[in-house]
Design a protein around this ligand. Structure first.
Ligand code: HEC
Ligand code: HEC
Ligand code: HEC
Ligand code: HEC
Length: 139
């Protein structure tokens, strides 16, 4: 290989690495999901969500993050890495095809956990009190 192309390859690897660490490094470890902007008074305790564990398990991120566009009559996810609150689009009630915030979370979180459990895979909780942990039950 010519010297120029070796340097070229190294540059690409380096840029790739910087982009990757930049993305991963920007995420918080645990997010407290407490959307008072939409729910006002919460009926249940806020949900502690370990973002790091989930982002590690799903490094393509689009299991949860999306910005949908219609292309050629098809729904396409064009999410490009921004950390938008789900509540920016999902509100207290359904709006057309956009499910309400509570249903969006339950479909996403509990839906995935249940599907994995059915496949006998390592998974997360499906019981209300395991996500909405009341102070007394917490360690
Ligand atoms: C896998 C985790 C998970 C499970 C299991 C789960 N939830 Fe939730 N739920 C969430 C998340 C996340 C939110 C969004 C909370 C927020 O951002 O304020 C939410 C929101 C809610 C809200 C609206 C916010 C509030 O507190 O008023 C209610 C009510 C609720 N859940 C009730 C339940 C009930 C009842 C069950 C059991 C049938 C249940 N949840 C199971 C994760 C879960
Ligand atoms: C299992 C679901 C899930 C996966 C997988 C996931 N995220 Fe998230 N992410 C969330 C949720 C939920 C939030 C909080 C949104 C909110 O506040 O409404 C969030 C928040 C964020 C934020 C904003 C953080 C903040 O504190 O405001 C960034 C940035 C982000 N995610 C990037 C990523 C990247 C990059 C990946 C892939 C490497 C990823 N996420 C994978 C669910 C996920
Ligand atoms: C930029 C706006 C936007 C944001 C931010 C957003 N959503 Fe959505 N979401 C939508 C739209 C639009 C749909 C309906 C798509 C359709 O079927 O046409 C949708 C649909 C969904 C659905 C139904 C299944 C599907 O994918 O069609 C779930 C579940 C969901 N969103 C969960 C979430 C969660 C969890 C977050 C935060 C991590 C989030 N959404 C952030 C716009 C958004
Ligand atoms: C695409 C699949 C998927 C989605 C979506 C998902 N999870 Fe999970 N979750 C998992 C898997 C897999 C594990 C087991 C990870 C492990 O233990 O290594 C897990 C574990 C957990 C755990 C127990 C481990 C811990 O982090 O303390 C909690 C709590 C949890 N998830 C909450 C949530 C909440 C809240 C949401 C929605 C905001 C969510 N999950 C969305 C796949 C998912």
């Amino acid at each position: 290989m010519a010297r120029g192309s070796i340097i070229g390859v190294l540059m690409i690897v380096l840029i790739g690495l910087l982009m990757w660490t930049g993305r991963v490094g920007a995420q918080p470890e645990t997010i407290v999901l407490e959307h008072k902007d939409v729910f006002k008074e919460l009926q249940r305790p806020a949900v502690k969500f370990n973002h790091e564990v989930h982002a590690g398990a799903y490094p393509d991120c689009v299991e949860c993050h999306h910005v949908y566009e219609t292309k050629g009559g098809k729904k396409v996810n064009v999410w490009s890495g921004e950390g938008q609150p789900c509540s920016e689009c999902h509100k207290i009630e359904d709006s057309g095809k956009i499910p309400a915030l509570r249903e969006a979370f339950h479909e996403n979180c509990t839906g995935c956990h249940r599907k994995l459990a059915q496949g006998g895979k390592k998974t997360g909780p499906v019981m209300c009190g395991e996500c909405h942990v009341w102070p007394k039950a917490a360690k």
